[in-house]
Design a protein around this ligand. Structure first.
Ligand code: GLN
Ligand code: ZN
Length: 777
């Protein structure tokens, strides 16, 4: 490397890739449908990148290297996999499809990795750190090809440079890439993806050289995995990997300056290690993490520091005065003369584009929010304030203070009756009668057979259901018409379940667009957005609701549907609710009160709903908490406090249920070993989990833990249209019975059926019921 260009004073670590109007989704899905061709897709993607560059420049990111180049058609981790040609063995034939790029996949190959093809399953998808974004998990083994084979990232730099913008390419760093990988099925017993670090770093060396040749002055290597300590490798090995990788990359002769970004938390022990390597800059997440200790900062002598002070995760305005305090504290603790840039804490990929477009939102609420474009403005303001002193941004500080005061004084933000209800909660409110007593009361009330059968809640969302909902939304179908359509659907679903011989029925959730949004729309304290889309994975986007105020339940939310369904059958009807933690995990949650407060407010609202369901004669209530594991903190030391409030809020929601009311919960995954203790503490009478894909390997852990209540390990993988045979279901069920004892096992699918169609639903449920019958004494 020759001379290091200065880092810009203000930057963002990444920007949403989907486009303000989900242009990327439309372009990609049209291509998949065959409605457009590769060159059209490439043009559309280029147009999107141009629009983003122009937008960011117009917003004020005009310095060289301040605009990130982080575009990819599907996923940033998949982009690295493609760049390295590191595809799983089952997809090796995709390499070299384009003769000009031997060892690389072409456009179709890239999508095939993400989406699978025929008998070849797609690469696995999993949550990116503790966010709701999902990435494609690389599968690595001793023989995985790893080289620099694909130049998309450098091409983006060339594209920008050609129009006079020097961008800062953003790439998932080599250590995180391997920590976020899994050993492939072909890997040897003791293999760990980190065994391939040397090859990956070597390939990154070529990448860096190409980026330099393309005109990049800086490259940002994201190392979010370093802020978590939940990996199955010893910390010492990770630190050694950090040292090796960045010592090697530092020694690459032709390269841009390297910024290593420690996002999603504090870098912890990785920071001093990075300090000892020749990288030119380190980005710190000062929102999820904190200002590092002084002696660690002293070791950063000679490096630039990027201060991630504007949250890339939430949608609230930054407290500018507090942010300046933190920035000044950081600068004072750093060696004299250290350049400090102001930035977002992570990429802005987790937030929507522009709050100015939310014209239907209550203007008061809107004024408290900052989406991606507003956050760019905040970063620029803070950079100016840091460089020139607070007087230079006095007007912005005053305006922010004013809005902050207005927010605090808003009647919906602080409802004394809600706060005192939460303050009055006692341990007794979170405690039901002993399980044995409940079990006896429920057995008597429900009279269920051994191996009772049930489903997780939703039935297929048919085109007619969606049509009715859309027509109702547009005002073309009035309330009575909509109600009649939903009731007809409920009646159909109930009759079907009776015909299939299920024991505990559900109403099918036809009226729910989404298991969180449905409740957000019915509770006070939430707002919905019109354009607030964020990428969930690939072309999938979600539009989270905004939880901004104290929560109240103006009226029962589910009782009419559930009691109507119950009126149609003598079988028990299961009431369906979404739990506090899941509602929070899939919404944008207020930042002005502790999460425990929000969770308990939701817990109280749901508790009232449970009471109303009971009063309406519903004897089984399920409170879904698939997110309890999802939002588990990245650092182990933060977990006990999280589990305390999250489990507590579930217990508050369900703690008022009579002993004879059977409380179910549902979690969407099988690897719940890490939270098994917490799940036990939920104290639900019945817990359903996903288990069929892993062929029930969770059972020994459940047995070893001494989890004593009832469990419904899924016997049907609902993620594909494949129908499991009765023999298959029986085989899985037999394992469950052997491990847990027949009296504790429930028979159900892995998850809700809303994404399935009726033919496979009926056939699979028939086989599931048959399996239960075969194993009953
Ligand atoms: N009750 C919900 C359903 O069946 C649960 C969905 C989920 O766990 N994600 O759709
Ligand atoms: Zn589920």
């Amino acid at each position: 490397m020759s001379t290091t260009a200065a880092l810009p004073a203000a930057t963002i670590l990444g920007y949403p890739r989907i486009g303000a109007d989900r242009e990327l989704k439309r372009a990609v899905e049209a291509y998949w449908r065959g409605a457009s061709d590769a060159s059209t897709l490439r043009e559309q993607a280029a147009a999107l990148r141009t629009a983003t560059r122009q937008r960011l420049t117009a917003l004020g990111l005009t310095e060289a290297s301040s605009v990130p180049a982080d575009f990819t058609l599907y996923d940033q981790v998949l982009q690295v996999t493609a760049t390295l040609g590191a595809v799983p063995a089952r997809f090796r034939d995709l390499l070299g499809a384009d003769p000009t790029r031997p060892g690389a996949v072409d456009l179709d190959g890239y999508f095939t990795l993400a989406r699978g093809e025929g008998e070849r399953p797609a690469m696995e998808m999993t949550k990116w750190l503790d966010s709701n974004y999902h990435y494609l998990v690389p599968e690595i083994d001793e023989a995985t090809p790893i080289d620099y084979v694909e130049t998309t990232i450098a091409d983006q730099v060339r594209e920008a440079v050609a129009v006079g913008v020097t961008p800062r390419p953003v790439v998932v760093g080599p250590v995180s890439y391997l920590l976020l990988s899994k050993a492939s099925d072909e890997a040897g017993e003791d293999f760990h993806p980190l065994d391939r670090l040397g090859d990956v770093v070597d390939a990154y060396g070529h990448l860096l050289a190409d980026l330099q040749a393309a005109g990049a002055q800086w490259v940002q290597l994201d190392e979010p995995a370093l802020t978590s300590d939940a990996w199955d490798v010893e910390q010492g090995r990770i630190l050694a990997a950090v040292r090796d990788a960045y010592t090697w990359l530092g020694a690459v002769v032709e390269r841009p300056a390297v910024l290593v970004a420690g996002t999603y938390g504090s870098l912890g022990e990785s920071l001093p290690v990075l300090a000892s390597t020749p990288v030119e800059a380190v980005a710190l997440d000062l929102v999820a993490g904190s200002v590092p200790p002084a002696q660690e900062l002293a070791a950063l002598e000679g490096k630039a520091v990027v201060a991630g002070i504007v949250s890339g995760r939430n949608i609230w305005r930054t407290d500018l005065a507090a942010a300046l305090d933190t920035l000044e504290e950081l600068r004072a603790a750093l060696p004299e003369g250290t350049a400090v840039s102001v930035a977002t804490s992570t990429s802005l990929q987790h937030v929507p584009h522009d709050v100015e477009r939310e014209t239907a939102l209550d203007p008061a609420v809107r004024s408290w929010l900052a989406f991606a474009d507003q956050k760019v403005g905040e970063v620029l303001t803070l950079a100016r304030g840091l460089a020139q002193g607070r007087e230079a941004v006095a007007a912005e500080l005053a305006r922010d203070a004013e809005l902050r005061a207005e927010r605090a004084a808003h009647p919906g933000v602080n409802r004394p009756e809600v706060r005192s209800a939460v303050a009055a909660v006692t341990d007794a409110d979170r405690t039901r009668a002993p399980y044995a007593e409940r079990k006896a009361a429920q057995d008597e009330r429900l009279g269920l057979p051994e191996l009772p059968t049930t489903t997780i809640g939703s039935f297929p969302q048919t085109a007619e259901i969606r049509k009715a909902r859309a027509a109702h939304r547009r005002g073309e179908l009035d309330a009575a018409g909509y109600d009649a359509a939903m009731r007809a659907e409920i009646a159909r679903v109930v009759a079907l379940q009776e015909e299939l011989g299920l024991d505990v029925l559900v109403h099918g959730e036809a009226e729910r667009n989404d298991m969180v949004q449905y409740f957000a729309e019915l509770l006070d304290g939430f707002s919905a957005t019109e354009h607030g889309w964020v990428q969930s994975y690939g072309s999938r986007c979600t539009r989270p609701s905004i939880l901004w105020g104290d929560i109240t339940r103006p009226a029962p939310m589910t009782v009419a549907w559930s009691s109507y369904a119950q009126s149609l059958t003598d079988k028990p009807m299961k009431g369906m609710l979404t739990g506090p933690v899941t509602i929070m995990a899939w919404s944008f949650v207020r930042d002005d009160v502790p999460r425990a407060q929000v969770a308990d407010q939701l817990g109280l609202a749901l508790r009232a709903e449970v009471a109303d369901l009971e009063a309406a004669g519903i004897g089984v209530v399920q409170v879904d908490e698939p997110a309890i594991r999802e939002t588990l903190p990245l650092r182990r030391e933060d977990r006990p406090a999280y589990l305390e409030w999250s489990v507590g809020s579930f217990r508050l929601a369900t703690g008022g249920a009579a002993p004879a009311t059977q409380v179910h919960t549902h979690l969407c995954y099988s690897e719940f070993d890490v939270v098994i203790d917490a799940v036990d503490h939920l104290d639900a009478d019945v817990t359903s989990i996903e288990a069929s894909r892993s062929r029930m390997d969770i059972l020994p852990a459940v047995a070893a833990h001494g989890f004593e209540r009832q469990l419904g390990p899924g016997v049907w993988d609902i993620h594909s249209p494949r129908v499991p045979s009765a023999d298959e279901c029986t085989e899985l069920l037999r394992r469950a019975v052997d491990a847990l004892g027949i009296e504790r096992v429930w028979v159900n699918p892995d998850c809700g059926l809303k994404t399935r169609a009726y033919p496979e639903t009926e056939a699979s449920l028939r086989n599931l019921v048959e399996a239960a019958r075969r194993l009953r004494p």
